[in-house]
Design a protein around this ligand. Structure first.
Ligand SMILES: NC(=O)c1ccc[n+]([C@@H]2O[C@H](COP(=O)([O-])OP(=O)(O)OC[C@H]3O[C@@H](n4cnc5c(N)ncnc54)[C@H](OP(=O)(O)O)[C@@H]3O)[C@@H](O)[C@H]2O)c1
Length: 288
């Protein structure tokens, strides 16, 4: 069992930190809004700290799951940030979906203190975090990964090192690129079925077992037909992620024409007031 800190008790971080506590790790949490850390300690035990630096003090592994690059910089190299407490041998594991650039920048800053930084974005959503079944994509040093991998397994079903620093974030970008285009195709298919007067549920039942089947079709097809989007992975988060993908493609030369278009479609969805809705709400542009 390890002495760990967890920074950021949002939709994802709160249950992830909870799994670490229930597996017997000694957990200190930090959350910007203190009421959430107090509620977490009341439920799971452990301690809460007033700053990320205080939470990270003497921890073997420091986990974080905050919003974006700037939030991550704030809790690491900002005032009272966790990096103030980094000492040789400590490992910082970041589960935020952020850029590969910030991952490399923070990896260099950690190494300068004799510590290590693993970028480790996740997929699997709120349900995956709550059930401890996330998929975790990691980048960083092999020796450091060998130490944190078994602990990450306490809230994930799959965890893998994909390469040096930034590789976890780059893999998460591939994940989001694949989802964006697929969801537009699924939206067009479902909207077409409705216009054609077909029974969408019957159609899904038939085609989901063939070559058109996908996780999105299996898990979101029915709710798309029922116009239900008050759950899942928010459009606002997806736009943040697609912005990261497009910026990375701009620098590595990859062509992302469909991803760029779908990003603009999501902008339309935000304009319709749907920023907090699940990403499958892309269909609303076609049906409203
Ligand atoms: N939700 C999903 O389904 C999902 C799936 C995969 C990946 N992700 C990624 O996981 C990350 C977290 O998502 P989430 O859904 O857990 O978000 P969330 O519920 O909005 O939680 C964000 C957390 O970050 C903290 N935070 C944000 N900015 C901060 C700052 N400047 N300083 C200190 N703390 C700050 C928030 O503190 P407060 O409580 O004080 O606001 C909160 O604890 C994001 O990068 C997201 O893209 C999310």
């Amino acid at each position: 069992m390890a002495k760990v800190a967890f920074i950021g008790l949002g939709v994802m971080g709160y249950p992830m930190a909870g799994h670490l506590a229930s597996k017997g790790h000694d957990v200190t949490v930090y959350n910007r809004t203190g009421a959430k850390s107090e509620a977490w300690v009341a439920k799971h035990g452990g301690r809460h700290a007033a700053t990320p630096a205080e939470a990270a003090k003497d921890a073997e592994i420091v986990f974080a799951c905050v919003g974006n690059d700037d939030d991550l910089r704030a809790v690491t190299i900002g005032e009272g940030g966790a990096f103030e407490a980094l000492t040789p041998g400590m490992i910082f594991v970041d589960h935020t979906t952020a850029s590969a650039t910030v991952a490399r920048e923070l990896s260099d800053a950690a190494k300068a203190k004799g510590a290590e930084f693993i970028d480790a974005p996740v997929s699997g959503g709120q349900a995956g975090a709550e059930n401890g079944t996330l998929t975790v994509m990691c980048g960083g040093d092999e020796t450091a990964y060998a130490k944190v991998g078994p602990v990450i397994h306490d809230f994930s079903k799959s965890c893998r090192l994909l390469g040096p620093s930034g590789s976890g974030q780059l893999t998460k970008m591939v994940n989001q690129i694949c989802i964006a285009g697929l969801l537009q195709g699924l939206s067009e298919g479902m909207a077409f079925a409705q216009k054609a007067g077909l029974d969408g549920i019957e159609v899904l039942d038939v085609i989901s077992k063939g070559a058109a089947g996908s996780w999105q079709m299996e898990n979101r097809g029915t709710t798309m037909l029922q116009d239900e989007f008050d759950f899942g992975f928010a459009v606002d988060w997806m736009r943040k992620d697609l912005g990261i993908c497009l910026a990375e493609a701009n620098s590595n030369g990859a062509a992302l024409p469909v991803t760029a278009l779908v990003d603009q479609f999501y902008k339309d969805v935000q304009g319709m007031g749907g920023g907090r809705n699940d990403t499958s709400s892309l269909i609303r542009r076609l049906t409203k």
